[in-house]
Design a protein. Structure first.
Length: 255
């Protein structure tokens, strides 16, 4: 499908900003409003080899060529968060189901090639949102082909990108579950999915165990299982206590 065809097929944008309130109001900037006039690229077109690799090469050009894979991992943090944070939050908070398919979500980018906002449409006619169904579809229909495309152009292991995804998935579902507008039942459904080893469809949860609870200095925190490699990129801040490498965490404290 060409860009023009994709835009013609893409439904009109929806105004989700009113749904994102409280602690999740900060996600409004990651969701395009109906009047947003920036250029958007459908996710299905973005991950095509002829489109994704040149974009990543342009982004990675600011770093040493030997750090290309690390730069791609860092780019994926922006992009995966751009899909996960708004869609998962809307799945938990909205009374409408957000679409998750690659053909129904599109992104706008900065001049440097970083994902800035997603254009998200409702999934079909108005009906109550089913958070588990949306979250599962986000994993299987959107994240899985996106991770596969990133693996193909980077040579990095799938588990690295799934851990990148999990760091945002875990945070946003937990934050939404604590929202005063989310019922206990709905919260339990979302939390149950991120802890599950197997998804309701029967497929293994590719993010299972990627974010682990740890106790540090008497307080519980969350920590990645696999490093995102950002510490190798000059000028890029670390991820603090989330990093699984003790030496990198200590270096961050010493700065």
């Amino acid at each position: 499908m060409s860009t023009a065809q994709a835009f013609l097929a893409h439904p009109a944008p929806h105004d989700w900003h009113g749904v994102l309130d409280g602690d999740l109001a900060l996600l409004r900037e990651r969701v395009a409003g109906p009047d947003d006039e920036r250029s958007f690229v459908p996710a299905a077109e973005l991950i095509a080899p002829g489109r994704l690799e040149p974009l990543l090469d342009r982004y990675a050009a600011r770093f040493d060529p030997e750090l290309r894979a690390c730069a791609i991992s860092f780019w994926s943090l922006y992009h995966l968060s751009g899909a996960i944070l708004p869609v998962a939050a809307l799945a938990m908070l909205s009374d409408r189901m957000p679409a998750t398919a690659l053909s129904e979500v599109s992104f706008t980018f900065s001049d440097e090639g970083e994902s800035r906002a997603a254009r998200i449409v409702p999934a079909g006619p108005p009906r109550p949102s089913e958070p588990v169904a949306v979250l599962e579809a986000l994993i299987m229909d959107h994240l899985e082909p996106t991770v596969a495309a990133l693996v193909a152009v980077s040579g990095l292991a799938p588990r690295l990108f799934w851990n990148n995804a999990a760091s945002y998935f875990d945070w946003v579902v937990r934050a939404a579950a604590a929202h005063p507008r989310v019922s206990r039942e709905r919260a339990a459904m979302g939390l149950g999915l991120i802890e599950a080893a197997v998804l309701p469809c029967g497929s293994p949860n590719p993010m299972h165990g990627a974010i682990r609870p740890v106790v540090e200095d008497g307080a519980e925190t969350r920590r990645r299982k696999v490093c995102c490699l950002r510490y190798k990129l000059p000028g890029v801040p670390g991820c603090g206590g989330l990093c699984p490498l003790p030496a990198v965490r200590q270096a961050g404290r010493d700065r």
